[in-house]
Design a protein around this ligand. Structure first.
Ligand code: HXC
Length: 252
């Protein structure tokens, strides 16, 4: 894994080229620790997760899992650590080129914004290994693309290309592979230029849609909307509009 910071954007790059970025436990520890460290840093307004041109990540490391028993995986609560990545409050963006399979697809789906290169391939092929998705794939994929496609993908292991993924609502946009990282950075910089506390609230409000009824979600949104009026940045944002200037958010 490699990390870098550009302005208010932090980048985490998965880098295990010989294994198509398969997510072994070392890589998992590193990614989760880096994400939490950036999340705790108020100077970071967006965290970008990248892979390589060939693979975002080809899944959890099958060679590492191969000899594990039920007692090992249940006793060690295998992969629970990834829940901490999903719990990051700073907005996250995954830019997927090539394979995003199994755990790779699941980690991409944990991110708030998902951009795909035209080469992207999404899939949950665990069934072909005699197992099932283990870090939220059966749930997040179903929320994203609906039961029909999620069920077929989880039962057959069929992969979804970028066009289908965009049509189905899994990704927000497709970008030519050569432009993916630049576009990811531009989008991340736009997110990071907003008020961080307000962006965190916006993220929380959208995520609430997956966990509540419409009435509860709307009530939650209303209260959070009211809460933005307690921020200095809300006052600055509206003053800047009225004064026809760019807002200078101070992230408070
Ligand atoms: C370990 C992997 C791997 C994986 C690829 N590699 N995927 N190693 N775990 N998930 C390794 C290969 O063993 C090989 O190493 C090298 O990466 C290159 O892969 P190839 O298969 O030679 O490449 P290619 O023919 O281009 O095929 C690419 C591929 C294929 C279609 C992505 O590698 C593949 O099907 N991978 C497994 C995909 C998968 O089933 N993912 C789900 C994993 S289970 P060597 O040393 O031989 O050169 C999972 C469970 C999630 O994610 C549950 C909770 C996280």
């Amino acid at each position: 894994m490699e990390t870098s910071v550009s302005g208010r954007v932090a980048v985490i790059r998965l880098h295990r080229p010989k294994a198509l970025n398969a997510l072994n436990s070392t890589l998992m520890h590193e990614v989760v620790a880096a994400a939490e460290q950036f999340d705790a840093d108020p100077e970071i307004g967006c965290i970008v997760l990248l892979g390589s041109d060939r693979a975002f990540a080809a899944g959890a490391d099958i060679k590492e899992m191969q000899t594990k028993t039920y007692a090992d995986v249940h006793g060690g609560d295998l992969f629970t650590e990834w829940d901490r990545f999903a719990a990051v409050r700073t907005p996250t963006l995954a830019a997927v080129a090539g394979y995003a399979l199994g755990g790779g697809c699941e980690v991409a789906m944990m991110c708030d914004v998902l951009l795909a290169a035209d080469t992207a391939q999404f899939g949950q092929p665990e069934i072909t290994l005699g197992t099932i998705p283990g870090i939220g794939g059966s749930q997040r994929l179903t929320h994203a693309v609906g039961k029909a496609k999620a069920m077929e993908m989880c039962l057959t292991g069929r992969r979804m290309g970028a066009e289908e993924a965009e049509r189905a609502g899994l990704v927000s946009r497709i970008v030519p592979a050569a432009d993916l990282e630049a576009e990811a950075m531009t989008t991340a910089q736009t997110i990071a230029s907003q008020s961080l506390p307000v962006a965190m609230l916006a993220k929380e409000a959208v995520n609430r849609a997956f966990e509540s009824t419409l009435a509860e979600g709307v009530r939650f949104e209303r209260r959070v909307f009211h809460a933005t009026f307690a921020t200095e940045d809300r006052a600055e944002g509206m003053a800047a509009f009225v004064e026809k200037r760019t807002p200078e958010f101070r992230h408070r």
